[in-house]
Design a protein. Sequence first.
Length: 97
Amino acid sequence: MSKLSAAEVQRISKLAHIGLSEAEVAHMAGELEVIVSFVEQLQAVNVDGVEPTDQVTGLVDVMREDVVAPSMDRTLALSNAPAQLSGYIKVKRVLNG
């Protein structure tokens, strides 16, 4: 017997905006039951004394410092542009409207 009723599966499918037939509801009830059982197994594990961690590699920070530095000269940047308009690089419109 599934712990999830057909009504609960239909409610979940509605929240996920997924239309399910009656046969799919019955199938998904079984699939979701397997997932719920696995989560229950995980919840039963004794983790007393285990320190929480978000990663296990020991890496601290692999990114460089964000340092303000001078950028490319505007005239030089615009000289490489195929088209420009009023001091900006001119590109084709990519959105309708």
